[in-house]
Design a protein around this ligand. Structure first.
Ligand code: GLN
Length: 305
């Protein structure tokens, strides 16, 4: 299997030069565009990996399913569903789409920025610092890695350059979808996106969703199976933004991308996969990462369809 992964990475390497690094968050433009790594965790306990699987990068939007999980664990499905919708927007992750019509919770989902910013307000905690700390703890628990921490430079870079996210958050406030202080909510969101991980962390987090809430090492339940079903369904339809349909056809598993270049893929009951390659397509998804998942899915019959 490790050989197969090596072969796939060799085949995908040329695709790293077809994408572009995210530069709207200046710190992300410092990544090495040639990086490419993959890590697989299977339900029988096997681990397979190749390439730059140990290179750190920021989780970016791959934190969105973790934010959603935390909100579900704190509030249950009905409340979360009443505050943030589940329909694919078919639009870029930071689309504003402002019209004179009121913005309703059903116009957003937890995998686009507006939805994730709204989800931050649903995490339990007396302050936004406490909310973030609880999210970081959950991330460490799912990744089975206590060293997962904040990348301070990316966080500050994102906070400094985050005007579009500010605009999105103020729209949420204008339409009553959030009530709290916008800057505090955004600070939690920016920190959440700036959590530093590697492919192994993503694979282990993905594995907990693939195993419907059970820990990889102990088999103990971390969260209810119903929450995994909720998150996985939304990942399938919205996880790759306006590229989700194409990804469903080509790869066929729930997945989440981030502009740091990571992709977390969930193969229900079978596998968690972490991929890293920071050169992105115009939708903000890793070009070589998608290509590698496409080949892997064909070879291992991963598609759930
Ligand atoms: N932090 C990024 C942003 O808010 C996350 C976007 C992404 O990874 N697609 O723009």
């Amino acid at each position: 299997m490790d050989e197969l992964l090596e072969e796939i990475l060799a085949e995908c390497k040329p695709f790293t030069s077809q994408g572009a690094l995210a530069s709207y968050i200046p710190e992300l433009a410092k990544a090495d565009p040639n990086s490419l790594g993959i890590y697989l965790v299977s339900s029988d306990g096997r681990i397979n990996r190749a390439g730059d699987y140990h290179k750190p990068f920021t989780i970016q939007s791959i934190v969105k399913p973790i934010l959603l999980l935390q909100a579900l664990m704190d509030n249950g499905v009905d409340y979360v569903r009443s505050r943030v919708g589940v329909e694919a927007t078919g639009k870029p992750f930071d689309a504003i789409n402002y019209t004179e019509q009121a913005l309703l919770s059903d116009h957003i989902n937890p995998m686009v920025n507006m939805g994730a910013i709204a989800i931050c307000t649903m995490i339990s905690g007396k302050s936004y610092e406490e909310k973030f700390d609880r999210l970081l703890e959950l991330t460490r628990l799912l990744a089975e890695n206590n060293e997962v921490c904040l990348d301070e430079d990316v966080y500050l870079s994102e906070k400094r350059s985050g005007s579009k996210n500010r605009a999105l958050a103020y729209l949420l406030k204008t339409y009553g979808i959030i009530q709290d202080d916008v800057e505090e909510v955004l600070d939690c969101y920016f920190r959440a996106c700036s959590i530093r991980v590697d492919c192994a962390d993503l694979a282990r987090i993905g594995f907990t969703l693939a195993s419907h809430g059970k820990s990889l090492s102990t088999g103990e339940r971390i969260f209810p199976a119903a929450y995994a079903s909720y998150v996985n369904a939304i990942l399938m339809t919205c996880g790759m933004y306006d590229g989700s349909g194409d990804f469903a056809v080509k790869v066929g598993v729930p997945a989440k991308s981030g502009v740091g270049g990571g992709i977390m893929a969930v193969v229900p009951t079978r596998m968690g996969i972490g991929i890293f390659s920071p050169a992105l397509d115009e939708k903000g998804n890793s070009v070589a990462g998608i290509r590698a998942l496409e080949i892997l899915s064909k070879k291992l019959y991963l598609s759930i369809f």
